[in-house]
Write a protein that binds this ligand. Structure first.
Ligand SMILES: [Zn+2]
Length: 86
């Protein structure tokens, strides 16, 4: 059973807090260790870290990428999110 089997990753990516720019990834907040699907931009290193707002920490924190989620979210949903973000 995969780590993400009981989560709705597409729904997490569609939430406003996931952001709208960059690559869909599963990531862990370096501060509170919360795991959440987000869009990562300006990724540093490999597998990579990026800065994003954490709604648990209530500030911008560093997130470590756990997985790429490009296969989880379909192109149609991505396109829809792109329209919302513009
Ligand atoms: Zn946090």
């Amino acid at each position: 059973m995969s780590r993400t089997a009981d989560r709705n990753l597409a729904a997490e990516l569609e939430a406003p807090e996931a952001g709208r720019n960059g690559t869909p990834v599963d990531a862990r907040c370096c501060s509170c260790k919360r795991v959440r699907a987000k869009f990562a931009s300006k990724i540093r290193g490999s597998p990579g870290s990026f800065q994003h707002v954490c709604h648990v920490c209530c500030r911008v924190t560093w997130w470590n990428i756990l997985d790429e989620l490009e296969d989880v979210i379909d192109d149609e949903t991505l396109a829809k999110l792109g329209e919302v973000g513009q």
